[in-house]
Ligand binder design. Structure first.
Ligand code: HEC
Ligand code: HEC
Length: 225
């Protein structure tokens, strides 16, 4: 079970980096859940589904599923926080199967000193890790799902904005085409969101047909305006 593997890696990581004694919870603390939620949506949601954040990424594991069992097994909130922090700091960037793993912290949470323009970045990476860890630990796998967003703009911000620029939504992603320039008709948006293409994942397992309809209507009506 992956979470258990991450957990056992914590002691090693903590000892290696001499940050704190294992199990004392000193690996990260003082995170703010509110800030963490927003950062998660910007930095992590593109790859991870997390119901509370309303994100539907499918490149990495569904974090509600990944942590639900650990919660049942009685993992304490503090341990949980450490697991998430370690994952962000020491991800497996290349998996044994050769499939792309999770990017390094300098890629998921790039420092504003290294980023030009208005792309996503953080001023204090340690604080960002603490905030995200506190947030994910509090909500992942609780089964207490905030209502998944149903309005197109919120769905776009949570699931699409980190890869696509769309001025109306205030997003500046550069992995996929700039949608203000592409101005895709609705049918094309529905097709891409449902089936994916190239580097764009399919969302048909993470967004229901109503959400796909809403985000497609939003993109086709707001792009280029
Ligand atoms: C580009 C895609 C991508 C981004 C962005 C990303 N992850 Fe991941 N994440 C992955 C992949 C892929 C894995 C599985 C890697 C592996 O097998 O080791 C993973 C694994 C994880 C796990 C372990 C889940 C488990 O089942 O044990 C956690 C926790 C996690 N990510 C949290 C985060 C957080 C928090 C962020 C934001 C700071 C983030 N991820 C950003 C792709 C991503
Ligand atoms: C991981 C990054 C990523 C995410 C997340 C993502 N896209 Fe894309 N998107 C791409 C890439 C890359 C392409 C270009 C695919 C190709 O043609 O090879 C693309 C293409 C598109 C196109 C076609 C544009 C054109 O003119 O050809 C639309 C429309 C689109 N995406 C909408 C969305 C919407 C809506 C979402 C959220 C539900 C989304 N994308 C999420 C990366 C992403």
């Amino acid at each position: 079970m992956r979470v258990a593997a991450v957990l056992s890696a914590i002691c090693a990581a903590v000892l290696t980096f001499a940050v704190a004694g294992c199990g004392t919870g000193g690996y990260t603390d003082g995170g703010s859940q509110g800030a963490g939620k927003q950062l998660f949506t910007q930095a992590c949601g593109v790859c991870h589904t997390l119901a509370d954040a309303g994100t539907a990424g499918t490149i990495g594991p569904n974090l509600d599923d990944a942590f639900a069992q650990a919660r049942v097994d009685g993992m304490t909130p503090d341990t949980f926080t450490q697991v998430v922090a370690v994952q962000i700091r020491f991800p497996i960037e290349m998996t044994s199967t050769g499939a792309p793993g999770m990017p390094a912290a300098d890629d998921t949470l790039p420092s504003c000193d290294d980023v030009e323009g208005d792309a996503f970045c953080v001023r204090d990476q340690d604080q960002a890790v603490a905030d995200i860890a506190a947030y994910v630990a509090a909500v992942a796998g609780t089964g207490v799902t905030a209502d998944a967003p149903t309005d197109g703009k919120s769905i776009f911000t949570a699931s699409c904005g980190s890869c696509h620029t769309l001025a109306d939504a205030g997003t500046a992603g550069a992995i996929g085409p700039n949608l203000d320039e592409a101005r895709p008709p609705k049918a094309l948006v529905v097709d891409r969101v449902t089936n994916g293409q190239g580097a764009m994942p399919s969302f048909k397992d993470s967004l229901d047909s109503q959400q796909i309809e809403a985000v497609s209507a939003y993109v086709s009506s707001s792009a280029g305006r």
